[in-house]
Design a protein around this ligand. Structure first.
Ligand SMILES: [Zn+2]
Length: 79
């Protein structure tokens, strides 16, 4: 069984150089914990499962879950 170590965060932009922060892309994404740690340590954006680069944080419960991340996590859990 493959354990996918992820956590949720929102895409609410902390850095406007990243993807434009619109209502469309302000969603909760899944991201590997290693990436979250690297982001925190190095100050670099993490990469969500769907490929979106962003700074994890804020409150994921306030936003809808990214459908791409949701599908990818769902597929991984079936392995
Ligand atoms: Zn996503």
């Amino acid at each position: 069984m493959t354990e996918l170590d992820t956590r949720q965060g929102t895409s609410e932009a902390l850095d406007t150089d990243l993807d434009e922060d619109t209502d469309d892309n302000r969603m909760a994404h899944y991201v590997k914990r290693d990436d979250v740690l690297r982001s925190a340590v190095d100050g670099v954006p993490a990469t969500a499962l769907c490929g979106k680069k962003w700074f994890p944080g804020r409150d994921p419960d306030k936003y809808p879950l990214c459908p791409v991340c949701k599908e990818l996590v769902g597929l991984a859990e079936q392995l």
